[in-house]
Design a protein around this ligand. Structure first.
Ligand code: FE
Length: 289
């Protein structure tokens, strides 16, 4: 690693009401998406009050994107209008490629301790894949490799390849890496990442230093956006730090975005919404992988 990436921006996630009335925190998204191409949105939901989340995300369409749901605590039941359904439980990931279109709902369930904690990331699809056959990759917690480095760093690898280990989700065009990283107090996490890729971290527990300068400790509910370089150096603060680390190759394509549908042109958006209105939105049944 020749050029360690510097922190370009740190911003707190913002309380947001989504779906049918779910209280969550938005790290970025919609009018507040700070050039994180190919990533469009990141929501952080954590609450021990079911009133914050039971309303869920009833029936809605997606086209042209992927949604990646990572649950740490609690359960989310999902189902689509073509009869696919399942439950995303603690430690599980659902990597959903909406492609040409799905109509689904995502409904958090009440569990014994009432706690729900998780994240949803939206990644854009390249123009060439926007109308591909939709697919679900349901990844159970036990399928996610856990890499224990000897120096006090533990990584759960959802997507990408590190330390000679490949994550369970493969073959994504934008070459993303999606890691859940825990760094113990004073330990250092050092990671090469391709230059030119977009890289951000989202802190959800503890505190850490996110670049070599070690000037500021960054704690939970903060999005850390990195400048360019070919590697990262992150150090755990007094109680260690845990964060999502996401990177991917920018698409640099025009964006036409309305609600849950993201295309390249306004006319593609108009087609999508008129198809949704007249019942011709769905083109393919989603494939389960
Ligand atoms: Fe959705």
């Amino acid at each position: 690693m020749k050029a360690i990436r510097k922190v370009k921006e740190v911003r707190p996630s913002v309380p947001t009401l989504e779906g049918a009335g779910v209280r969550l925190r938005r790290a970025f998204g919609f009018e507040n998406a700070p050039g994180l191409d190919p990533f469009l949105l990141l929501d952080d939901f954590h609450s021990d009050d079911p009133d914050d989340y039971l309303a869920g995300f009833p029936w809605h369409p997606h086209r042209g994107i992927e949604t990646i749901t990572y649950v740490l605590k609690g359960k989310i039941e999902h189902g689509d209008s073509m009869g696919n359904r399942g439950v995303i439980g603690a430690g599980d990931v659902q990597w959903m490629t909406a492609g040409s279109g799905i109509i689904h709902q995502e409904m958090p369930l009440e569990t014994e301790d009432s706690v729900l904690q998780g994240f949803q990331l939206w990644a854009n699809l390249p123009a060439v894949d926007k109308m591909m056959t939709p697919r679900y990759r349901d990844v159970k917690s036990r399928q996610i490799p856990v890499i224990d480095r000897k120096n006090g760093v533990r990584i759960r690898l959802v997507c990408g390849s590190i330390d000679g280990v490949a994550g369970p989700v493969q073959g994504i065009q934008t070459g993303p890496e999606f890691l859940d990283v825990e760094v113990q107090a004073g330990a250092g996490f050092s990671q090469p990442l391709p230059a030119g890729h977009t890289v951000f971290a989202y802190v959800f527990s503890g505190q850490g230093h996110f670049d070599l300068l070690k000037k500021t400790l960054i704690g939970p509910e903060n999005l850390v956006i990195f400048g360019d370089g070919d590697g990262l150096e992150i150090t755990g603060g007094e109680k260690g730090v845990r964060f999502l680390l996401v990177s991917g190759k920018p698409l640099r394509e025009p964006l036409a975005w309305r609600g849950p549908i993201v295309m390249n042109t306004e006319s593609e958006l108009r087609v999508a919404f008129s198809e949704y209105a007249n019942g011709t939105f769905l083109k393919h049944k989603a494939v389960l992988e």
